[in-house]
Design a protein around this ligand. Structure first.
Ligand SMILES: Cc1ncc(COP(=O)(O)O)c(C=O)c1O
Length: 225
């Protein structure tokens, strides 16, 4: 992984190697934490964050869905992301990973009294499915795993726990010789990829499923717009 000098943790810039948590961090055990994956691209005017506001809003909305009270507001989180990029002086394209998590001090399932922490990491990271994948395309397997339901596992939240579903689907696909998994909902309709939204061109028309059982994709929203 491409280390960067700093990670933002609860309002402080901490050096990458010192950005640590206690082993009894609540989220580590029960999976209730929410995050984002936001890209920043080098432009003639410097690094530009793609849809910063939309991603930060979705982060806070995911927290709301999973009953976490964020310890920072929208404006502070946006500012922190911009400052983190400035401070790290990146040369290439960057991936930003804000994470709101339940920290150390309370164990047990009832999480309401667990402390809430926020961290933002950023590092230089290439395209998700590789440059070759972009040029030549990839093989996608329809997964035997059903996309997490909105009613049982808060499927609309970009929550750490929901990525167990994605991980299993991805592993199954890779083990079977594919590069990515496409998940269907419990009715058998296409929901989304293990880590991305889905589009298909059929008879010259671009089609993408509704977000009833998938994350509300910012990329999908932008393409449709
Ligand atoms: C499960 C899942 N669905 C869809 C997406 C696409 O979302 P976006 O286009 O906002 O990055 C992602 C990526 O974050 C994802 O992890």
């Amino acid at each position: 992984m491409n280390k960067a000098p700093y990670i933002w943790m609860d309002g402080e810039f901490v050096s990458w190697d010192e950005a640590k948590v206690h082993i009894l961090t609540h989220t580590l055990h029960y999976g209730n934490g929410v995050f984002e994956g936001t890209r920043a691209y080098q432009t003639e005017k410097g690094l530009a964050i793609f849809k910063l506001r939309e991603h930060t809003k979705r982060l806070l909305n995911s927290a709301k869905i999973t009953l976490i009270k964020p310890n920072f507001d929208l404006e502070t989180l946006e500012k922190a992301q911009v400052e983190l990029l400035q401070k790290n002086k990146f040369k290439g394209n960057v991936y930003l990973r804000p994470l709101i998590y339940l920290g150390y001090g309370v164990m047990g399932l009832y999480h309401a009294k667990a402390p809430v922490n926020t961290a933002i990491a950023a590092w230089e990271w290439g395209t998700y499915l590789g440059e070759e994948g972009l040029e030549k395309g990839i093989k996608v397997k329809i997964s035997s795993f059903v996309r997490s339901s909105v009613k049982s596992t808060m499927g609309k939240a970009k929550a750490a726990a929901n990525y167990l579903n994605s991980q299993m689907a991805k592993s199954e696909a890779v083990d079977c010789g594919y590069e990515e998994a496409l998940l269907l909902d419990s009715e058998g309709f296409i929901a989304e990829g293990s880590g991305e939204c889905f589009f298909i061109v059929r008879d010259g028309v671009l089609i993408s499923p509704p977000n009833d059982t998938s994350l509300e994709s910012i990329t999908q929203g932008m393409v449709i717009e």
